[in-house]
Design a protein around this ligand. Structure first.
Ligand SMILES: Cc1ncc(COP(=O)(O)OP(=O)(O)O)c(N)n1
Ligand SMILES: Cc1ncsc1CCOP(=O)(O)O
Ligand SMILES: [Mg+2]
Length: 226
């Protein structure tokens, strides 16, 4: 990975994960407004009932990527390593049931971001040894977005990882909103990954700004505490 670990932590602050099935309107407009509101990283996750496939999926991905590139927001592809390589995406996010992380790292090389989902200390340790740049921990809270999500785990694992001295960049995901984002940060996450809190909002820019405000507020509080 060519960016520094501190740069990656900053990118993870407000991570929008989204595809066309998560939006009520045009996903390009949703992304435009989310970028204006201040998202720091974007993941193209085209999944679920009615999801685009083939050329239509790739066309949407390329349009979303162009918007990210125009605003300096790194563009990550969910699951589809082939697509990520073809598009020269900034990275890939994979889960425990996807292509193995060590294989993805080999295919992507050292300069792209590899993110891995993890649900236990052992999965995080394995992700690190496989070459992950960051881990996504969740679902932290109940979520209606991912039907096959694992059990809700709260912030306990994030806290445990930090107490054990693991410094890998990490985000919490699943059911995160402006109301509970602070708990995820206070547990030790570098940021939050959200789908519906932004993509399903009727005021995308304002909802994004509110999340950024909450994240800034509690980061400030953490610094004052130390
Ligand atoms: C940032 C982030 N964390 C976790 C996930 C979930 O990945 P996965 O377990 O592979 O599930 P799908 O998203 O592929 O359904 C994620 N996408 N992003
Ligand atoms: C992709 C994913 N992985 C774990 S929970 C989840 C969905 C999160 O969506 P939301 O932010 O709408 O709860
Ligand atoms: Mg996956």
């Amino acid at each position: 990975m060519s960016r520094s670990i501190e740069d990656l932590r900053a990118c993870l602050k407000l991570y929008l994960v989204m595809g066309s099935t998560n939006c009520q309107g045009d996903p390009l407009i949703v992304l435009d407004e989310a970028i204006q509101g201040g998202i720091t990283l974007f993941q193209f996750r085209e999944k679920g009932e009615g999801a685009l496939v083939g050329d239509a999926k790739e066309q949407l991905a390329r349009q979303l990527q162009a918007r990210c590139q125009a605003h300096g927001v790194p563009f990550i592809v969910n699951d589809d390593v082939e697509l990520a390589i073809r598009m020269e995406a900034d990275g890939v996010h994979i889960g425990q049931d996807d292509e193995p992380a060590d294989q993805v790292r080999q295919r992507l090389g050292a300069h792209r971001i590899v993110g891995v989902s993890a649900h236990s200390m052992a999965e995080v340790e394995r992700a690190i040894s496989d070459g992950a740049d960051y881990v996504g921990i969740g679902p932290i809270y109940p979520t209606a977005t991912k039907k096959d999500a694992k059990a809700v785990q709260g912030t306990r694992l994030i806290q445990e990882l930090r107490e054990q001295g693991l410094t890998i960049p990490l985000v919490g995901i699943g059911g995160i909103t402006a109301e509970n984002a602070s708990d995820v940060i206070l547990a030790g996450a570098d940021g939050i990954a959200v789908v519906s809190a932004i993509s399903m909002s009727t005021q995308v820019k304002q909802s994004t700004e509110r999340l950024i405000f909450e994240l800034g507020r509690y980061r400030g509080a953490m610094k004052e505490d130390t």
